[in-house]
Design a protein around this ligand. Structure first.
Ligand SMILES: [Zn+2]
Length: 410
């Protein structure tokens, strides 16, 4: 087994935590912002110092490649450097830093490897500045139309588009540099879990089998707007009250399904939303996720069985979009597990509840992911934290997984 260096890992985390530092333990490093550009420049500088050739593609995805001993396709690892507003120092960036550390260990310890090793940075994973999330890996993998994406407008600067940001960044490169199945034989992404399971169960490593499927609906509840003072309760058609009844129904019925099912009514709006007017309309969303398509079918049936009439109002459930469960490459997943076992780390097989670039990449290149624990499960906030020792364990699993792929694959 080979081992990464604790001091170097610490230095990487500390250095990258300074790009967009909020002063409260977190970062705001929106995609292609000046803070993100500074992080990219540091990445490029460090990888070139290791002897890597760094190129970017037309979406400013960065590929830093260290040559292998043979003329073979590369093994790829990395994640994203952008964050949400007031995000943490681990989501995404840790996947880049551990891949850098694995590459650095291979170079400095002169570990022989037949395949080139590419450390990758995906542009705009969060979608926090330019929607949608996982934009650039999504374009490459045929999920999104590039021209539509180029027109995506920044949330922080009106009229400023993703295309403007790309041009200004200095990191827009050639379309020919895009990831493709001929160039890469495997992709391994390390990421913070962003949930409490590993932390609560005191495990070192999550062996990620895939990304859970999801269903998304919008409820449209329609009533009648009337005067809040003059309309007796029995004559009202209060859309907010009907929405509350629908919500109660959903929580009760979904609560009877599998215990791993998660469901969230995250967005709700009442109209006209005025103190003295009975709400005429309510719109609310539901997001529900589970690895089993059977369970998701049950979810759909619960949603579609919400009564169409509640308290004199009409209730309509509109299906917005779905995502099928994504399963990662079984052989690579087993390599991750074997590496964790051989290193003596406790681990658990699990599905990711969050979306990641890897869920798109796996359609072009065999892919697996490694999770490390998130302290108390916090993520997308300044409290996000993974202890240094856990980061290093993750880097060690990544390093040995890469070397195992290198040993076995052609
Ligand atoms: Zn992330």
């Amino acid at each position: 087994m080979k081992f990464c260096c604790l001091e170097r890992m610490k230095d990487k985390i500390n250095t990258f935590s300074s790009f967009g530092d909020t002063g409260n333990g977190g970062i705001t490093r929106l995609s292609l912002s000046k803070e993100a550009i500074a992080a990219r420049a540091e990445f490029k500088k460090r990888m070139e110092a290791l002897g890597a050739v760094v190129v970017t593609d037309d979406l400013a995805n960065m590929y830093a490649t260290i040559e292998g001993d043979e003329d073979l396709p590369a093994i790829m690892s990395g994640s994203h450097l952008d964050s949400v507003v007031k995000g943490g120092n681990y989501d995404g960036v840790l996947g880049v830093l551990t891949a850098m550390e694995a590459a650095e260990t291979i170079v400095r310890d002169h570990i022989p490897h037949r395949h080139p090793i590419t450390v990758v940075v995906w542009t705009n994973e969060e979608g926090a500045r330019f929607e949608p999330a996982m934009m650039s890996s999504g374009v490459i993998c045929g999920k999104f139309d590039k021209d539509t994406m180029l027109r995506s407008e920044a949330k922080d600067i009106p009229g400023y588009t993703f295309k403007d940001a790309l041009l200004e960044s200095g990191f827009m490169g050639d379309i020919g540099n895009r990831m493709s199945p001929e160039k890469y034989i495997a992709s391994i992404e390390l990421h913070a879990e962003q949930g409490p399971v590993l932390y609560e169960e005191n495990r070192d490593i999550g062996i990620v089998s895939g990304v859970v499927g999801m269903v998304n609906y919008e409820f449209r509840v329609k009533g009648q707007a009337d005067h809040a003072g003059t309309t007796p309760m029995k004559y009202r058609k209060d859309a907010l009250y009907a929405a509350a009844q629908a919500l109660e129904y959903l929580y009760t019925e979904l609560g009877k399904l599998d215990e791993e099912l998660v469901y969230t009514i995250g967005k709700i709006a009442a109209y006209p939303n005025i103190h003295t007017i009975i709400p005429e309309e309510v719109r609310m969303t539901i997001d529900s996720r589970h690895k089993s398509p059977e369970v998701l079918k049950q979810v759909i049936s619960v949603i579609e069985n919400v009564p169409e009439k509640l308290s004199g109002c009409t209730v309509e459930a509109v299906r917005e979009w779905d995502r099928k469960t994504v399963d990662f490459d079984k052989r690579l997943v087993s390599f991750v597990e074997t590496s964790a076992d051989k290193l003596g780390y406790s681990s658990k097989r699990m599905y990711s509840g969050a979306g990641h670039d890897s869920q798109y990449i796996c359609e072009l290149v065999p892919t697996a992911m490694i999770f490390v624990p998130s302290d108390k499960g916090h993520s997308h906030c300044e409290l996000e934290y993974t202890p240094l020792e856990n980061c290093l364990k993750g880097a060690n699993v990544l390093l040995n997984t890469i070397l195992e792929i290198d040993r076995i694959s052609n």
